[in-house]
Design a protein. Structure first.
Length: 119
């Protein structure tokens, strides 16, 4: 996530907050943050909350992710993710991309396979 400049803001329980800053390398032809960059930020943030219960020993592999785009991201954005349900091997997570005024620009739902990390 260093490549796109995603910043970690907070992780509290099953909630994660990250920030993606508007950068020239991330914009589309209209000057907005490209949808693929937003999806990467969402995937990372949702994956964090999927394994937030045991981040040292458990990783997350994306099984499925659906993203809906509502408005262009023309400035820095915040990504908020929450784990809605976690079983022994599967986690269900939801997230939103918001602008500085709190408007939801995009939303995603994802399912992750929880995998043990190598010692």
């Amino acid at each position: 996530m260093n490549h796109i400049g995603l910043e970690s803001i907070s992780l509290q329980g099953d909630c994660c907050h990250t920030r993606l800053r508007l950068q020239r390398v991330l914009v589309n032809s209209r000057g907005d943050i490209h949808g693929g960059a937003l999806m990467s930020a969402l995937d990372f943030s949702l994956g964090v909350v999927a394994c937030a219960h045991d981040p040292i020993n458990v990783g997350a592999a994306t099984i499925d992710m659906n993203t809906h785009f509502y408005e262009p991201a023309a400035a820095d954005v915040d990504v908020f993710a929450i784990c809605k349900r976690r079983g022994k091997r599967i986690a269900f997570c939801e997230g939103e991309v918001k602008d500085a005024q709190g408007n939801v620009l995009a939303a995603a739902r994802a399912v992750f396979k929880l995998v043990p990390r190598a010692p």
